[in-house]
Each structure stands twice: as C-alpha cells, then as structure tokens.
Design a protein around this ligand. Structure first.
Ligand SMILES: Cc1cc2nc3c(=O)[nH]c(=O)nc-3n(C[C@H](O)[C@H](O)[C@H](O)COP(=O)(O)OP(=O)(O)OC[C@H]3O[C@@H](n4cnc5c(N)ncnc54)[C@H](O)[C@@H]3O)c2cc1C
Ligand SMILES: *[C@@H]1O[C@H](CO)[C@@H](O)[C@H](O)[C@H]1NC(C)=O
Ligand SMILES: *[C@@H]1O[C@H](CO)[C@@H](O)[C@H](O)[C@H]1NC(C)=O
Ligand SMILES: *[C@@H]1O[C@H](CO)[C@@H](O)[C@H](O)[C@H]1NC(C)=O
Ligand SMILES: *[C@@H]1O[C@H](CO)[C@@H](O)[C@H](O)[C@H]1NC(C)=O
Length: 599
C-alpha cells in the first residue's frame, strides 16, 4: 500500500470510528455497562474456566474479549474499574493519577534500584488508563522481526483502532514542534499516520477531541457476555501446577489453576475445566508477570530457595532482560501562552532516538483542592512528570532522589513566578535500549513491588543515542518554526543550566562543574514508562508465548518484548492481545475440526 492511500484509509477509518463513538455516546459517557464485570468478593470460592487470564491490562483486555467469542474465560484484575475514577477519563488530570500513591490508586509507584521514580498500573485497562495516550504502531520491520504475520497484525491493529484511537488536533505549540523537527532535518513530513516511518509525523491518541480517554477496557465491548467473567480487586497470589505423564516425554509440569484474594481478604481458587487445550495466560505486565512466575515456583532456583518458595521449575531467564528506555527532557520556557497537550508529534530520527513533546503547565492544578499558595495564586502542586517540576527532579541525580530532596526541589518551585510555568517539554527517548537489567523478588507479597534494576546507559550506544537526540532538540529550539515559544537569548547551554528566573533544568553540581551532554543524560535520566522484558520470547516463552518446559501456561504482554515496539508501545501491546487471541482460537478450533474466527 502506498503512503498516500494508507493515509486515506486511515483517515476514513478514523472518521468512521469517530462516528461510531458518537452513535454509542450513551455507552461511552458513564462508562460501558458491562454485565460481566463483578467485584471478586462476589465470586464463588471455586470456579472452572477454559482460559484464565491474570491481569486485565493493556494486553489482557483485548485477549479476554477475543477468547470469549468461543470459550469460557475468566479475567482477573487486581485493580478497580476505570469507569469509576473521574481522573482516568480526563487528559488534564494525567498527573493527578500518577501522583496518587495511596493503596487504592490506579497507579502504583515504584523506584528502580537505579533510583528513577516509576509507576505501574493497578486498574482494569492497565497502562492505557494512566498513560500519556500517544498511539502509534510498530514498524513493519519490527513486526516481521518478531515473527508476527504482517496481515494478521494489521487486522489486529485496526480492530483496536476502531474503538480507541483518534486523530489529534494540533495546537500551536505542537505545530511548532512539528515544524521545528522538519527544520532540524527529521524529514520527510509524514503528516498524520499510525504507521512508523523515519521522519516527523503526527501520531494517534487514545484521547478524543474532547480530551476524553479511551482505554483497553473499552475493548471489552467486543466480548461475548456469556463467555466472560471479569473480576475486579482480584489479587492473584500464585499459579497452581500438577505433574502429568506425557504420552512420550515422561513427566511434565502443567498449570491447572490460580489462587486469588478478594478485597475482603477471602481466598478463591479458579481451575481450568477438563479440556486438553485449556490454558492459564499471564498478562500481568513487565513487573507483574515475572514476579508471579517466581512466586509460583518458576524462576532461578537459588533465588526462589532463598525465599523458601518450593521450586516447580528452574528457569534462570525469568526476570532477566529487563529494560527501560531512558527519557531525558528539556523544559523550554515560553514568552507566549501554550496549549495543554500531551504527546502528539514525534520525530523518528536516524540517530537512534525519538523526539516528542508535551506543553502546558496546569497539570494537577485545576482540580487540586490545595492548589493555591498563601498569596492565592494557583501553582502546580503535584509532582507530575510532564510539569516544570520535572526539571527539578533533574537537579538531583537518580540515586539521590530521596523524598526529602524532591520535597525540597518542589518547594523551591513554589517560589517561582508564574511565567516560569509557561512552556513545554521536548523530550527524547532512546530506542531499544541496549542496556539491560533484571528483576528479583523483594519478598513473597504479590502486592508489593519486586526489585528491578534497569542499568540505564550501561551500554555506550544508549549514551551516544541520548547525546545525538539532545542535539536534535537543540536544533528544534533554535528553528524558525519554534521561535514563538522560546526566548531569543537562550542558548542550549543556558537552557541546560538555568539558574535565574527559570531554574528548571538545573544541572546537578559536580565538583569539577562538568556540563557535558553525556553527564546531562546520566544525571537527568527519567523514565518514559516503556519498561519491558522479564519473560522474553526465546528465553522464557517460545514464539507462541508458551512458557518453555511447562504445559498450559503462556505469557502475553509487554514482559515478552526484547525491545520497545514503535516510538511508544501501547498500540502494539493491545494489538498483541488481539493477535494472540485470534491465533489461539483459530489453532484450537482447527485442531478440534471446527471453523475459526476471521482474523
Ligand atoms: C505513566 C505512563 C505513561 C505512558 N505513556 C504511554 C504513551 O503515551 N503511549 C504508549 O504507547 N505507551 C505509554 N506507556 C506505556 C504503556 O502504557 C505500557 O507499555 C503498556 O500499558 C503495558 O501493557 P501490559 O499489558 O504489558 O501491562 P499492564 O497494562 O500494566 O497490565 C498489567 C495488568 O495486570 C494487573 N496485575 C498485575 N499483577 C497482578 C496480580 N498479581 N493479580 C491480578 N492482576 C495483576 C495490573 O493491575 C495491570 O492492570 C505509558 C505507561 C505509563 C505507566
Ligand atoms: C447496568 O446493567 C445492569 C444489569 O443489566 C442493570 O441492573 C443496571 O441498571 C445497568 N446500569 C446502568 C447505569 O445502565
Ligand atoms: C508567531 O506568532 C505570530 C503572532 O501570533 C503569528 O502571526 C506567526 O504566524 C507565528 N509564527 C509562527 C512561525 O508560527
Ligand atoms: C551554570 O550556572 C552556575 C550558577 O549560576 C555557574 O556558576 C556555572 O558557571 C554555569 N555553567 C555553565 C556551563 O554555564
Ligand atoms: C565530573 O564528576 C563526575 C561526578 O563526580 C564524574 O562522574 C565525571 O566523570 C567527572 N567529569 C570529568 C570531565 O572529570
């Protein structure tokens, strides 16, 4: 398909899905009235299903909806419904959710051993309920490289897009970023597209024209209600196994059920019903899936032994290959007003980094009860990642980002003039990355975060890509197109080291006063929350996502990736849920002599 006709098809598709959403607005407004979603406290103590999916997240929801078309499916999600939380639906409240660290929050904060503050979802719909909404496909090369069928992957992407993806309308700041990237040589101009090509493009968004979020939970509207039970606040503690005698291969281990707890602490068990092809599928995300395998006895033997966990299978690669793409951001104060935007434009450079931006400084102000200072002036209170406070994070190198240091940095922000908060972030994400780390248990509590180390920039190529990305950002800031949104006298060096008026990108002070871009990359590293790995294809699961050496158990989510797909992963995570749902259904029906579902 040529670029032009693809573009045309995409716009037509969007227009159609937009119309569809308008028609269904009664469903959309106060959430979808799913009859199959219940609180786990109402579940029986023992139940039986063809498929048990652990984790109702970005991959788990489309997977469950698809399998429910032909089978009896149980979807277990530890969090609550996104339709009951007003913050989730509203783009302007992005930072409110992220900064809520209460036990009932849809965002669970964790700090990696690298010292970088991070977040993982705890809600039906998973990451798609708390993320920045940018929607963009992986490249055809990525899809082929992973071994997915290009046609079936395209059909799965479209299935997702019909419900959750929209064409954003660019405000002046995002349009200036687009123009600046083109001037900086990130060409050609690919206009609006979901597809991944070198150059500058406007991507999709799961936020619609009114700033309302659409999530993976919305994909449950595809479900066959009689085929699906979704249990909320269902915290899975472990997978249960038994030993079977294989026909030829001697003894084998197979998954047979799960143990979960409801919000009242009551224990429940769900088992696979009789049926040779029934399965348990982990979709608990890059933090949850490796953790749950380990808690269930599948992981590095010595590590499990040290926690007294009975070994089911020694699997040294569980928890290995964890990566988080480093993100470095430059806050650019603007002399003129900017719109509130999350990511809409992306520059896909040839130097191994992706350039994106977010503008506006009212994250967390509009709805925050304590949003005004003693002088009655509204100031950002929340430590939102895309707020000028982010720059303050950068004044403290990762390992020194203690709560006290951050509180001190946030406090100093409150002294600033309001004009300091007018502006936007231009950020860069290192592709890949090549640096890898690992995940380990901290304790035996499935609700607690495991220990994770990402080793940012331990591979020199990642550092080189970061520096190259920063110089593209420098060219954008100095472009004609971006002129209205930057002060004329600000050199890059000044921007990176602002100390009077707009102290927002302060470099941490080293005794030698080193200000190299390499140092800037390492000192100011943050996350763009695209962490992945831990159950990688080829190491923990096979190409069909089956856990190696164990029957009736798969892992289908971002933990299986060897590299982050596209510029941002969620489109591909949702696609994968649909893609594997169709594949599992078709293979099974073919094996049982029945007709399959259409791709
Ligand atoms: C703040 C933020 C911003 C982001 N911005 C973007 C963006 O703009 N664009 C983009 O493409 N991507 C973005 N991402 C990344 C993207 O959202 C994730 O990569 C994706 O959601 C991961 O999907 P997943 O299915 O692997 O895991 P998840 O969506 O995390 O799903 C895992 C689910 O399993 C549940 N679970 C875990 N353990 C258990 C258990 N023991 N029992 C029961 N349930 C359990 C969790 O509650 C969760 O709902 C962002 C992510 C975050 C956090
Ligand atoms: C949702 O569906 C249930 C069951 O059909 C019904 O009792 C309830 O009134 C519905 N709620 C709304 C808001 O439509
Ligand atoms: C800058 O702002 C002025 C005044 O609003 C406008 O006329 C002009 O087109 C803008 N320049 C660019 C490059 O957008
Ligand atoms: C950065 O700012 C500090 C404090 O104003 C100053 O001492 C230092 O020389 C500056 N460094 C550079 C490279 O501008
Ligand atoms: C400056 O100091 C930092 C931290 O102490 C160190 O990592 C860095 O290598 C030093 N840079 C130079 C150029 O010596």
């Amino acid at each position: 398909m040529s670029g032009r006709s693809r573009h045309f098809t995409m716009s037509t598709l969007l227009a159609t899905s937009f119309f569809f959403v308008l028609l269904c607005s009664s469903l959309q407004v106060r959430g979808v009235n799913y009859t199959f979603v219940k609180d786990a406290a109402l579940a029986p103590s023992v139940s039986y299903y063809d498929y048990i999916i652990v984790g109702g997240g970005t991959a788990g929801c489309p997977l469950a909806a698809t399998l429910s078309e032909r089978f009896r499916v149980l979807l277990l999600e530890r969090g609550a419904s996104p339709y009951d939380d007003d913050r989730i639906g509203d783009m302007a409240r992005f930072a409110d959710t992220l900064s809520d660290t209460s036990p009932g929050s849809p965002a669970q904060r964790f700090v990696s051993e690298d010292g970088v503050i991070n977040s993982r979802p705890r809600v039906l719909g998973g990451g798609s309920c708390i993320n920045a909404g940018f929607y963009t496909r992986a490249s055809d090369d990525y899809v082929r490289g992973v071994g997915w069928d290009l046609g079936a992957a395209g059909a799965a992407y479209r299935w997702v897009e019909d419900v959750v993806a929209f064409q954003p309308e660019l405000g002046p700041w995002q349009a200036a970023l687009q123009g600046g990237l083109l001037e900086a040589g990130v060409a050609p101009d690919n206009g609006f597209t979901f597809d991944h090509f070198d150059g500058t493009k406007v991507g999709g968004s799961i936020f619609d024209a009114d700033g309302r979020r659409h999530t993976a939970a919305d994909l449950l509207r595809y479900a066959r209600a009689e085929g699906l039970d979704v249990l909320l606040r269902a915290r899975v503690a472990k997978i249960l196994f038994f030993n079977v005698r294989g026909r030829r291969s001697g003894r084998r281990t197979a998954a047979r059920g799960v143990v979960f707890h409801d919000s009242e602490g009551r224990m429940h068990k769900a088992f696979l019903s009789a049926g040779r092809r029934n399965e348990i599928i982990l979709s608990a995300g890059a933090m949850g899936s490796p953790q749950l395998l380990m808690l269930s006895g599948v992981g590095p033997a010595d590590h499990l032994r040290s926690f007294g966990i009975p070994l089911v299978r020694d699997h040294p690669a569980v928890g290995q290959g964890m990566s988080d793409n480093p993100m470095n951001a430059i806050y650019v104060p603007s002399p003129s007003p900017v719109e509130v935007s999350l990511i809409q434009v992306v520059g896909i450079t040839q130097v191994g980094s992706y350039i994106e931006g977010a503008s506006g400084s009212n994250w967390g102000v509009r709805h925050s009860a304590s949003g005004s200072g003693p002088d009655g002036v509204h100031r950002p209170r929340n430590f939102g990642m895309f707020s000028p406070q982010t720059g303050q994070l950068a004044t403290v190198p990762p390992k020194q980002r203690t709560p006290e240091a951050i509180a001190h940095a946030a406090e100093s922000m409150r002294q600033l003039d309001d004009s300091a908060f007018r502006g936007g972030f231009i950020l860069e994400k290192v592709l890949g990355p090549l640096s890898t780390g690992h995940l380990e248990l901290r304790n035996r509590d499935p609700d607690d975060n495991p220990l994770v180390t990402f080793n940012y920039f331990s591979h020199p190529e990642d550092l080189r890509r970061c520096v190259a990305g920063l110089s593209v950002i420098e060219r954008v800031i100095h472009s004609q197109a971006f002129k209205n949104f930057t002060y004329p006298d600000f050199s890059m060096e000044t921007l990176l080291n602002m100390s009077t008026g707009f102290p927002v990108n302060l470099l941490p002070r080293h005794d030698n006063d080193s200000t190299s871009l390499e140092m800037f990359c390492k000192d100011t590293v943050m996350t763009i929350w695209h962490y992945h790995g831990g159950c990688q294809v080829g190491r923990v699961v096979d190409a069909e996502y089956r856990v190696l050496g164990i029957d009736a158990l798969r892992v289908i989510d971002g933990s299986t990736f060897n590299a982050s797909p596209g510029t941002n992963p969620q489109a591909t995570v949702m696609m994968l849920g649909r893609y594997m749902g169709v594949r599992i259904t078709n293979e099974r029906l073919a094996a049982e002599g029945l007709e399959g579902t259409k791709p």
